[in-house]
Design a protein around this ligand. Structure first.
Ligand SMILES: C[S@@+](CC[C@H](N)C(=O)[O-])C[C@H]1O[C@@H](n2cnc3c(N)ncnc32)[C@H](O)[C@@H]1O
Length: 215
C-alpha cells in the first residue's frame, strides 16, 4: 500500500507548519519539494530520501517508481490555493500507484495571503483572491468589480512594479498596492505604495500583493 501525503508548508518558516504536517514529514520515507520547501523542513529531516522538484513532469514518474510506502510532497502555503494538488489529482491515478493504495492524504497549511492579512491585522473575506503566477488574468477588470480589492499571487513577470504600471496605464494610479515579500522569513518585508509610483520599486522577489480600493 502506498500513500502520498500532500502537506501545506505555510508561508515558509517551519513554526507555521501544522503538527500533523510535521508528524507526517518525519514519518514519510521520501520527501519531495523545491529547494525552498525542503530547506524549510530541514529540522525534521532524519533519514528520508529527498527529491528536489525542478519540473512538474518529473514528479509523477518519480512518485510511481518509489517502492517506499509513505511519501510526502511539500507544497507552499495552503494545499487548496494554487498548489500542486490539482496536478497530482489529475495525473497520479490510484491504479498506477498500486493495488489498495491509500492514494492522497492532504494536510492543509496557512496560505501566504492568510499570513499577510494576519500581519496587517485585517480580515480578507471582502477581497477577491487569485493568482497571476504564470497565468494571464485581467486583474484590472476584476479589481473594478471587487468589493475592497484583490489579492494576487505574483511571479517574476507580474511583479509589484509591473502591476503598478498596468494599473496606472488604466487610470488606476491611486490604487494602494500592499506587498508582502518573503513572508515569515528573516528578510520579510511588508510595504505599500501607490500604483502611480511604480517606477521606484524593484522587480524581483517572492511576494504577494493586495490591490486595495479606497473606502
Ligand atoms: C504556486 S503559488 C502557491 C501559493 C500557496 N499555495 C499559498 O497558499 O500561498 C506560489 C506563489 O505564492 C506566493 N508565496 C508563497 N510563499 C510566499 C512567501 N513566503 N512570501 C510571499 N509570497 C509567497 C508567491 O506569490 C508565489 O509566487
Amino acid at each position: 500500500m502506498k500513500k502520498i501525503n500532500v502537506i501545506g508548508l505555510g508561508p515558509g518558516k517551519s513554526n507555521f507548519l501544522t503538527l500533523e504536517g510535521i508528524e507526517l514529514i518525519k514519518k514519510s520515507a521520501v520527501l519531495v519539494g523545491d529547494e525552498r520547501q525542503i530547506e524549510s523542513v530541514r529540522d525534521f529531516i532524519q533519514n528520508q530520501k529527498i527529491f528536489i522538484l525542478k519540473k512538474f513532469t518529473d514528479l509523477i514518474l518519480f512518485l510511481e517508481e518509489q517502492k517506499e510506502i509513505e511519501l510526502a510532497v511539500i507544497v507552499s502555503g495552503d494545499t487548496g490555493f494554487y498548489s500542486l494538488l490539482n496536478y497530482l489529482q489529475q495525473n497520479v491515478s490510484k491504479s498506477r500507484l498500486g493495488e489498495n493504495s491509500e492514494y492522497l492524504n492532504v494536510v492543509p497549511g496557512i496560505s501566504s495571503y492568510q499570513y499577510l492579512f494576519s500581519k496587517l491585522k485585517k480580515c480578507w473575506h471582502d477581497y477577491l483572491l487569485m493568482s497571476i503566477h504564470g497565468r494571464d488574468v485581467n486583474y484590472v477588470e476584476l479589481l473594478k468589480i471587487s468589493n475592497k480589492g484583490l489579492v494576487l499571487l505574483t511571479d517574476n513577470i507580474n511583479t509589484p512594479r509591473t502591476i503598478g504600471e498596468k494599473l496606472t496605464e488604466n487610470n488606476m494610479g491611486n490604487i494602494k498596492i500592499i506587498v508582502g515579500e518573503n513572508l515569515s522569513y528573516e528578510n520579510e518585508k511588508i510595504y505599500s505604495f501607490l500604483a502611480k509610483d511604480y517606477e521606484n520599486y524593484s522587480d524581483f522577489s517572492l511576494n504577494i500583493v493586495i490591490l486595495e480600493k479606497g473606502d
